[in-house]
Design a protein. Sequence first.
Length: 328
Amino acid sequence: MTTVDPLTFDSAPPLPSRARLIRLLLLACVLGSALAGCGLPRNKAPVEDRSNVLRPVTPPPLVETPRPTAPAPATVSNAEYAGRSGYYTVRPGDTLIRVGLETGQNWRDIQRWNNLDNPNLIEVGQVLRVLPPGQDAMATTVRPIVLSRIETRAPEAKPASAAAAPAAAAPAPASASPTTVSPVAAATAAQATPAAAAPVATREADDEMSWAWPAQGPLVSSFDETRNKGVAIAGKAGEPVMAAADGRVVYAGSGLRGYGNLIIIKHNDTYLTAYAHNQALLVKEDQPVRRGQKIAEMGSSDAERVQLHFEIRRKGKPIDPTRVLPGR
């Protein structure tokens, strides 16, 4: 028979194993945490109320108001200027060089007057100023006339009687004396005679120029305002081409179609001359030249034969060179 120690005797069930105890402890911890989250109050961090505190206000983004820009005064784009004196409307095929030739101006001046950054960019229908800004177009168009001096002395008896002769020959009323002539009418007729003849003898000051032929060869084509705006002078390649009058070179190059190597000389505010189809150009733009100075060598650039195409333009309008050049 086995002896039982009363101190260690226990009627309770046997103790669970170590692993079971660990599982029970873990289960108790999980249940305790769940109960603490549901029933126990939490300690929250204090929240400071700053609703009454002034906060910095972010300003709205600045919107820059565009400033009104005034158009360039020299650039003309409005159709209202088309057709006015002192303005030119660009046509198909025009270049600034041709516009200068057609208006009798230096193409560089036209570029400056119209604030053109690129002289090669002009559009059909664009209106260009061809007179300096601020200059009156009408004042430039009408040239001053040099009038002959008219004497204002009292008429002599002989002119007075001569003037009265036609009046005496006319049938007079019965009450008038056929030999009586009013002195006032005689003086008026004597003074009106030279005044009526004055416009015939007047001449524009800018027409008084000394011209010379630009080449020595024969004419092979004559002037025609619609088809040939100048004359053609035949010659051999390399023969000299000379300035027809004193002036300044405003163009020297080959940028104008149909003219080949071209030189344009501006002589004054009225006259331009053009020398086309050259073989070589011997002057540069803005160079002063004298009448008879060799400026180029004759050639056939942009032409079917060796020749010099020569034009004289008065205020941009071509005129017959043979009417102003001296006889040959």
